[in-house]
Design a protein around this ligand. Structure first.
Ligand SMILES: C[S@@+](CC[C@H](N)C(=O)[O-])C[C@H]1O[C@@H](n2cnc3c(N)ncnc32)[C@H](O)[C@@H]1O
Length: 257
């Protein structure tokens, strides 16, 4: 058997043991990484066996066919989140500004800019300095304005705005039971949404005051009933994700909430 095939099998066995799904693709990426960095296969397999996600080892994550730099200071972009970009693109009538609240690696706002061009004013916000630096690093065109801030505290917009938010939304109890590869490696500040998972969304909805604006949020499906109560069923539309779960909410905010 050729040496390379033997190594691939060895990598695949470890990936399988660690619960990876896309073993064939990732094993090839691991092999490429080992060759490129000229490091020992054992050191990489040890990291994989520790439960560290592959994206944090190779510092790359894919989102809408583009590659983003990631490390343990930002969430690894999820495949279901890619859909929020599509939903955003369907809700742009009259919109002047696109604001991504909780931008993390910048994957959402950067994808929108790459797909829509410079017709809008693009802003990415995060409370984490480290996330802001990573988002800036990923914004290779430098067109997007990245602002450090607690939700909308540091920005004021008076023209119609599309707000997109994938804020921490995992309810406290659910967070405690997350898989080790998530809880031990991904930042808590990116995941934990308080007792009911709506801590940040409730505050954000109250903050939006500019008229003709739209808010699109990614949520934990089980939190939707409470969100409906909070917004008094105000012009709220639910979208399912690629796995058939109610995952995205489009809301027309109102000063009454
Ligand atoms: C679920 S991650 C989403 C990251 C990225 N948008 C994505 O979809 O992969 C949530 C992000 O919200 C940020 N965040 C948490 N609390 C925040 C707050 N109060 N204001 C602004 N950003 C916040 C976290 O630092 C994290 O980067």
């Amino acid at each position: 058997m050729k040496k390379e095939i033997k190594i691939l099998f060895k990598i695949q066995a470890v990936l399988k043991r660690c619960g990876y799904f896309d073993i064939s693709r990732i094993s090839r990426e691991v092999l490429e990484y080992i060759n490129e960095k000229n490091i020992s296969i054992e050191s990489v397999l040890k990291e994989i066996e520790s439960g560290k996600p592959w994206e944090y080892i190779c510092n790359k994550a894919s989102f809408r066919d583009k590659t983003f730099f990631v490390n343990e200071d930002v969430l690894i972009p999820r495949v279901e989140t890619e859909q929020i970009v599509e939903i955003a693109k369907d809700n742009l009538d009259g919109i002047k500004n696109i604001v991504d609240v909780g931008t993390g690696s910048g994957c959402i706002i950067i994808s929108l800019y790459k797909e829509l061009g410079n017709k809008f004013n693009y802003i990415g916000i995060d409370i984490s300095d480290k996330a802001i630096s990573i988002a800036k690093r990923n914004d290779t065109d430098g067109y997007i304005k990245f602002v450090k801030g607690d939700l909308l505290d540091n920005i004021e917009l008076n023209t119609p705005t599309l707000y997109i938010a994938n804020l921490p939304y995992i309810p406290k109890e659910m967070y405690e039971n997350l898989d080790r590869s998530v809880k031990d490696f991904e930042p808590k500040i990116a995941l934990s949404g308080g007792v009911d998972g709506l801590k940040y969304y409730k505050k954000l909805i109250k903050q939006i005051k500019n008229v003709n604006s739209i808010l699109i949020m990614e949520v934990e499906p089980s939190t939707i009933p409470k969100l409906k109560d909070f917004t008094h069923n105000l012009d709220l539309h639910i979208y399912k994700d690629i796995f058939g779960r109610e995952r995205f909410i489009r809301l027309i905010p109102s000063p009454q909430v």
